[in-house]
Design a protein around this ligand. Sequence first.
Ligand code: IPM
Ligand code: MG
Length: 361
Amino acid sequence: MYEVNMKKYKIGLLKGDGIGPEIVESAVRVLEVVGKKFDLDFAFTPYLIGGAAIDACGEPLPKETVEGCLNSDSVLLGAVGGPKWDTLPGNLRPEKALLGIRAAMGLFTNLRPAKLYPALKGECPLREDIVQNGFDIMIVRELTGGIYFGERGYREGKYGEEAYDTEAYSRMEIERIARVAFETAKKRRKKLISIDKANVLETSRLWRKIVHELASEYPDVEVSDMLVDNAAMQLVRNPSQFDVIVTSNMFGDILSDEASQITGSIGMLPSASLNEGKRGLYEPIHGSAPDIAGQNKANPIATILSAAMMLLYAFDEVEASDAIVRAVDKVLDAGYRTADLAHGGAALSCTEMTDKIIEVL
Ligand code: IPM
Ligand code: MG
């Protein structure tokens, strides 16, 4: 029977390249099951992005894709890029599409949670005494500013041919991401570490100044600064000291990969990219893994957990989101692993892992 009260959500799918289509397909299957269970009606529409779009229409981010995403309630993305397109000029590369869609949707906040699953303690490359207390970190990465979007180009320099990229951050950009970080910390363990390179960079000095100014508005949040080189070390020396991290686009890119590896595998980390409206775009933090593309070997969990983040942040469907997170926990607790976590031992394929998660749901 057709249910009048069923909540309807239009979800844009950006499958992209490499393992992108497989992992997005997995997340869609999970969403469909969760939808039935919680009376949610998802309408999925695929749009081309990255190398797939270059092959089909000669550009990495077609206009229809941008319009489709802007008209969706939320967007789920797999991954873009691959060796086939690596020799294209910078503005025609698949990665350019990712930056383009982030800019077009105004996704200035990137939430990247990295936590150690008890079941995966053995996969963590850190010594046991370092992770005995586990860790649960939320990286708040600025996503539409900094060196990723600054002026760049080629010029004649003192020694001939020279390339340059520039980092610029405005007060507005720093303030809005810092506010998201303070608010995020308020809802967690109330500890915020702002990561910068203020001993060298002017942008970092402005960043630090503004974070300190805002601190007085959030008296219940303990805030401190950390230089990025030290932070890279502290993440492997004592990850449990971190609760919420706020940092620039590039530092966040680098530190979130590091944080993912200490959870056991980069195949585990989801992310939410948000604008003011909060509906945003959801994607695993890993890339398109061309080496295993099309082989049904990828770990779909990061994308499935990204779908769970979508339910929580975009649609406020707390129970449905929790159901997915709990199902993933259970499957991991039961010892099921994809190849990235199996150390050459018995491994489930991407579809088998998805089946297991659906079974639990
Ligand atoms: C990420 C990726 C992207 C980034 C690349 C593919 C442009 O590494 O989402 O972390 O640097 O933001
Ligand atoms: Mg990255």
